[in-house]
Design a protein around this ligand. Structure first.
Ligand code: AMP
Length: 215
């Protein structure tokens, strides 16, 4: 079974929703740099203080900060599903070097996408749990009780970087800095599975499971 995977795509493509489920089914940790950075901000660490303004503006956090965060997190793991990393070619090169040093390979990359209008709609309706960071959506996947997380009972909020001006910035960052990461791994002959996430969540997840070979 695959053990080292990336999930890749623009904001709103469904990475977080599917990554949590897939990591659980594969029995590997779901490692999301965005969640780790939000955790660092909430616990007021020095890293959180450095990252906060970038995130609020919808910009990428500098590579060196994210690479050292990720390096420390995966150091003792024999498998993982990385969500939101790498987001630039320098980050991709840093990951490739880490893997070479440990003499392990990436098993594949799940590349998710959807039309821009749908991405914007999804993000407008997105509500994130302050407690467990589960993601719900007012329009597409509402919790049973408005404003309350079905999983842990935590409060649901709209992330500041999910406001429209920040989202447009994030999409622009994705197009210019993140999308070249796909070509970087394609050149390295990493298997890439493309999933267009316009369908119902369960249909998309079935497609993902088939792609990675666990259906
Ligand atoms: P996400 O939760 O993946 O949407 O990430 C939220 C925000 O955290 C992004 O818009 C970036 O500002 C920052 N971030 C997360 N992962 C990275 C990364 N690999 N490189 C740079 N910035 C990141």
């Amino acid at each position: 079974m695959v053990r080292r995977l990336l999930i890749f795509g623009p904001p709103g493509a469904g990475k977080g929703t599917h990554a949590k489920r897939l990591a659980h089914d594969l029995g590997v940790p779901h490692i999301a740099t965005g969640e780790m950075l939000r955790g660092a901000i909430a616990s007021k660490t020095p890293l959180g203080a450095k990252a906060e303004a970038y995130i609020r503006r919808g910009e990428l956090v500098p590579d060196e900060l994210v690479v050292s965060l990720l390096r420390a997190r995966i150091a003792d793991e024999s498998g993982w599903l990385l969500d939101g990393f790498p987001r630039t070619v320098p980050q991709a090169k840093a990951l490739a070097t880490m893997l070479d040093e440990s003499d392990v390979k990436l098993d594949g990359m799940l590349s998710m996408d959807a039309p821009e209008e749908l991405l914007l709609n999804r993000i407008a309706g997105r509500r994130t749990c302050d407690g467990c960071q589960a993601v719900w959506n007012e329009f597409y996947r509402p919790p049973a009780k408005t404003g309350v997380c079905d999983d842990c009972g935590g409060n649901l909020s709209h992330r500041p970087d999910d406001e429209e001006h920040a989202v447009r910035r994030r999409l622009a960052e994705y197009r210019t800095k993140t999308s070249p990461v796909l070509a970087f791994f394609a050149e390295k002959r990493v298997p890439i599975w493309t999933v267009i996430s316009t369908n119902d969540v369960d249909d998309v997840y079935d497609h993902i499971k088939k792609s990675v070979g666990i259906s």
